[in-house]
Design a protein around this ligand. Structure first.
Ligand code: 5GP
Ligand code: ZN
Length: 118
């Protein structure tokens, strides 16, 4: 996708602080971090939602899981903990329509959602 910001990062066409990558996936620091550690994990090929990741036959999901495992260690979050989340579609406020997983840590992250209403 030529006009997708995360495809441009994956292709090296716009800069990002890359902290991990393999053949299928990569991780880079969020430009507007919400915690001392805020890293985004993306598939290198354009997929819009988390649900579409399964279309990659499992290889992309395995890469993402391995990447998260490695970055949790390299960012020093093993003992203190972390949160991973993925916003998908309008109800979740997904801004970038290229599937991604946020890794947040380095402080007390508070409740899972700001509202308690179910
Ligand atoms: P979403 O709301 O779609 O789950 O999250 C998109 C995230 O991408 C936001 O946290 C935003 O700060 C981050 N982001 C948007 N554009 C860029 C960019 O050009 N570079 C980096 N590193 N992060 C970006
Ligand atoms: Zn894309």
């Amino acid at each position: 996708m030529t006009d997708c910001i995360f495809c441009k990062i994956a292709g090296g066409r716009i800069p990002a602080e890359v902290v991990w990558q393999d053949e299928h996936a990569m991780a880079f620091r969020d430009i507007q971090p919400l915690a001392p550690v805020h890293v985004l994990f993306i598939p290198k090929r354009h997929l819009e939602t988390f649900a579409e990741l399964a279309d990659g036959g499992g290889a992309v999901l395995l890469s993402l899981a391995r990447g998260i495992k490695e970055v949790v260690v390299s960012e020093g979050l093993t003992r203190t903990g972390y949160r991973i989340l993925s916003n998908n579609g309008p109800d979740a406020g997904q801004e970038v329509l290229h599937a991604h997983i946020h890794l947040l840590g380095g402080r007390d992250l508070g409740p899972m959602l700001t509202e308690t209403k179910g």
